[in-house]
Ligand binder design. Sequence first.
Ligand SMILES: [Zn+2]
Length: 198
Amino acid sequence: MNNLLKRTTESITSLPGIGHKSAVRIAYHLLKRRGDEFQSFIQSLIDFRENTEFCPICGSLKDKGIPCEFCDNPARDKTRICVVEQPTDVYVIENTRDYHGLYHVLMGVLSPLEGVGPEDIRIRELMERVEKSDHLEEIIIATNPDIEGNATAHYLHEVFRDRATVTRIASGLGIGSQLDYADTGVVSQAFRSRISMG
Ligand SMILES: [Zn+2]
């Protein structure tokens, strides 16, 4: 393998979920693409990277300089906040079209083994939002149904149980399945049959 191909495939395999074989195929595909198509592909990555930011309130992705489609949208139901691990989880739930409330992205989960404590993810920001909210009735915890996701859900329940009804989406997603890979139907069902954590 020539040096440039080697370097390119190494860069591509650094992306999540892409092994060596796929990387070689992608590199070869990029080489064959028409010049203008390739430029437009690269430009879309540059634009995405330079003009995307996290909403300072909910943590979801948004275009720089424009209002958040959730926090700044008067049509969203302000009585509910759905708590998720990653910004991409927001789109999985949005795809179900069942939920019209607000979101809060934690940017991770509690993980004592990896030294991730409450101060390392966006729990303080959630506490501040909950404190300031006049309308909040329900906090829906949609962290993944694995050990860390469950531990995070229990922690949040302890913190917020006196302030709102804390519900957990039904763990119909299966052990080890990630929220961002589950089908829309499964997520929709898990969301509708969410249960109060007590
Ligand atoms: Zn927002």
